[in-house]
Design a binder for this molecule. Structure first.
Ligand code: MTE
Ligand code: MO
Length: 413
């Protein structure tokens, strides 16, 4: 035998157990950080902490390949040992596939700039799918393998000795096994009932994009904005030029979702401009709009393809206000009072940067940044400020909300 392998296999049983424990803790850590990362609630609350947690998740995730490789070196012997235990073999295969799948899709997500948004999007779906399957599996695995469930026969012998009754000794362990099966069954059913419905919902919306527009319709139904008159779509918007968006928006916000009415909504251009503007809604919906079809990419990996956006070209707004020669940066403010971002004048001059009012022929719902949001198709979506209500031309630089918290200043897709 190869001497390295021989050394590895010394104290083999102990090593396997240690490996199992280490791997277990890594999975716990990855689960906790991963759940915080997907949980929308945490976004505003954590701020910069979110970027740290993401870093930790990546480092631990990359490191999680070490116990896998170590196990694979010992796997030959272990596999033979499990000859008579098909379920344990099955378990080994499932856990290894999960760990490898998480690892590969995770590395692709981490390297989103190298692999591009399309690959990231698929990797995110795989990563999520494995989590939906893997997490309940691992919870079940841990719950059903705690010692007292695993070794019921010992307990019954012990109880026999304790009572000192010989008839107890002869009693078959049957009821305990039934009880064990019952507990296992209950854990299984419990997990299925708690996780099943959300899983099916996720599956429907992510894979094969079933009900893509249906979910947006729900967001439209629960729209909190009350702005009249409703903007009337241009012909290219309705039916949407792009044929309808493909994919799901994840609703991201760092504040409670703001609500607007004709009374509290206005749109301002100020700062280093020849003429300040402040439009109310009635005036704003009269500004000339154009229609554009573009893809929408978030840095966390998800994309929505073929959005038909209708709105006012940023460059038209800027030329209407007249940018002073001293201006260097275009600063965007969200009506949530917190979120900001910027473009350079040169970036702001791109033809497809849109102050969007409609999506796929309908007013943008409040959850997705309506009544008005910025759309910068060539950049990651953290530039696409939701609830946009003010544009200021400034002389210096400004660092946007997520850029202050660790996102790259370079947002080009
Ligand atoms: N005001 C505001 N704008 C925002 C954000 C936010 O949290 N608040 N999140 C940004 C990020 S990171 C993304 S991916 C998109 C998400 O848009 P959606 O919530 O419509 O899917 O909005 C961007 N604009
Ligand atoms: Mo994002």
């Amino acid at each position: 035998m190869n001497p390295l392998l021989a050394r590895l296999r010394k104290g083999y049983g102990k090593k396997l157990r240690a490996l199992h424990t280490w791997n277990g803790w890594l999975v716990v850590l990855l689960t906790l950080t991963g759940l915080v990362l997907v949980g929308g609630f945490w976004r505003g609350f954590l701020g910069e902490g979110r970027v740290w947690i993401k870093g930790l998740h990546i480092v631990v995730g990359v490191a999680s390949i070490i116990p896998v490789i170590y196990y694979l070196l010992l796997a030959g012997k272990h596999w033979k040992q499990l000859k008579e235990r098909p379920w344990q073999r099955f378990n080994v295969i499932v856990v290894l596939s999960l760990l490898l799948g998480w690892f590969v899709s995770g590395v692709l997500l981490w390297q989103f700039r190298v692999v591009g948004p399309h690959v990231s999007n698929v990797a995110l779906i795989v990563h999520d799918l494995l989590t939906w399957i893997g997490l309940p599996y691992i919870i079940y695995h841990s719950l059903t393998r705690v010692k007292w469930l695993k070794e019921p026969s010992r307990r019954i012998v012990k109880s026999g000795i304790e009572t000192g009754s010989p008839s107890n000794h002869r009693e078959p362990p049957q009821p305990v096994y039934t009880r064990r099966a019952f507990i296992r069954g209950s854990i299984g059913v419990g997990l299925a009932v708690t996780i099943g419905p959300s899983f099916i919902k996720w599956l429907g919306s992510s894979i094969g994009n079933i009900g893509g527009s249906e979910t947006i319709d729900k967001l439209i139904e629960s729209d909190r904005n009350q702005l009249l008159p409703a903007p009337q779509p241009l012909a290219a918007s309705s039916p949407p030029l792009g044929g309808g968006a493909q994919g799901q928006f994840r609703v991201y916000t760092v504040t409670p979702i703001p609500e607007f009415t004709n009374n509290n909504w206005s749109f301002t251009i100020d700062g280093l401009v020849e003429q300040n503007f402040k439009w109310n809604w009635e005036q704003f919906v009269k500004l000339k709009r154009t229609v554009q079809v573009s893809d929408f990419h978030c840095v966390t990996g998800w994309s929505v393809y073929k959005n038909t956006w209708e709105g006012i070209k940023l460059k038209d707004l800027l030329s209407q206000a007249g940018v002073k020669p001293t201006a260097k940066t275009v600063k965007f403010y969200s009506g949530d009072g917190v979120y900001t971002d910027t473009l350079t004048l040169e970036q702001a001059d791109m033809d497809d940067v849109l102050v969007a009012v409609m999506h796929d022929g309908k007013p943008i719902p409040s959850d997705l940044g309506g009544p008005v949001r910025l759309i910068v198709p060539k950049m990651f979506a953290y530039k696409s400020v939701k609830w946009l209500n003010r544009i200021e031309l400034i002389e210096g630089d400004h660092t946007g909300y997520w850029e202050q918290r660790g996102y790259s200043n370079d947002a080009w897709v």
